[in-house]
Design a protein around this ligand. Structure first.
Ligand code: ADP
Ligand code: MG
Length: 271
């Protein structure tokens, strides 16, 4: 049994709300003229007409200072929230057209999340933390664990399946979280400040893991306020005040700020 790291991007749903049909040539993620207005007093426009697409196999860094709209964008990319206007499509499926149940199925089967805070269950073994990434798919426990071991091998943690998260270092915990994100062979992995709780060297090692996964064909978007991290990504998108101000795939644009390799100080957590 192996982890299918380059799955066909299927779309559509069967009776159980699981994805079935072929996404064809659609981008894995298509953010199309997305605006997000929070109905606070006064209302805040956190994203203005943001457009970009992520193709299968891309490794994308999305970088911007605090307040630039990164977390809002991650929530929309991850179908955790809906845009005020515009469209988000995952493997060609328009989030706007899906019922909540279908959206939950899409999220569980097509998107892998990695967060700054890891979010592991401390009372469960590493193996079961990863295997829980497959609960939605209705796979029997034995097979869930077999696949979880494959995912742990991908992140270099196959030697510690029965450890508790509390027995692991921060870098190892983040590897467990990445294995959990990968175990269901998602169309895209979304990582929000994945090195935010790690020291410099450990953060670099986690970035190295993302690079390795990228070489294996995994599609990954990493959101960060740290320009050093973003500069290690094959493609870099910069945000400021809710807009994309630079996208390295658009050859005509130029970076808005000289890249000194310094961090943009965000002053705290990514979420
Ligand atoms: P970042 O993650 O880059 O720091 P956010 O997406 O968290 O940016 O925030 C973008 C803007 O939207 C900020 O001005 C923030 O204050 C505002 N904002 C975020 N969430 C809400 C909310 N629930 N209600 C009102 N304003 C919000
Ligand atoms: Mg944030």
């Amino acid at each position: 049994m192996t982890i299918d790291i380059d799955p066909m991007t299927r779309g559509g749903f069967d009776d159980h709300g699981l994805l079935l049909t072929d996404g064809g040539d659609s981008p894995v993620l298509d953010v199309d003229h997305v605006t997000k207005v929070y109905p606070s007093e006064p209302p805040v426009t956190a994203l203005h007409e943001v457009s970009f697409a992520v193709a299968r196999g891309e490794l994308v860094g999305i970088v911007g200072p605090s307040g630039s709209g990164k977390t809002t964008l991650l929530h929309l990319m991850g179908t955790l929230d809906r845009p005020s206007s515009g469209h988000v499509r995952i493997t060609g499926l328009d989030v706007e057209r899906l019922a909540d149940r279908e959206l939950a199925a899409l999220r569980a089967t097509r998107i892998g999340f990695v967060f700054q805070q890891f979010f592991l269950a401390e009372h469960q073994s590493v193996l079961d933390n990863v295997a829980d990434g497959l609960l939605y798919a209705g796979i029997p426990q034995g097979e869930r664990r077999a696949r979880a071991l494959d995912a742990l091998t991908l992140v270099g943690l196959e030697g510690r399946p029965h450890a508790r998260p509390t027995q692991l270092s921060g870098g190892q915990r983040q590897r467990v979280a990445i294995a959990r994100a990968l175990v269901g062979s998602p169309a895209i992995v979304l990582a929000d400040e994945p090195t935010g709780n790690l020291d410099q060297a450990t953060g670099q090692a986690i970035l190295g893991l993302f690079q390795e996964l990228h070489k294996l064909g995994v599609t990954i978007a990493v959101i960060t306020h740290d320009r050093n991290i973003a500069s290690r990504m094959e493609r870099r998108i910069e945000m400021l005040d809710g807009r994309i101000v630079f996208d390295s795939t658009e050859k005509s644009s130029t970076p808005p700020m000289p890249d000194h390799g310094d961090s943009v100080h965000d002053g705290g957590a990514g979420m």
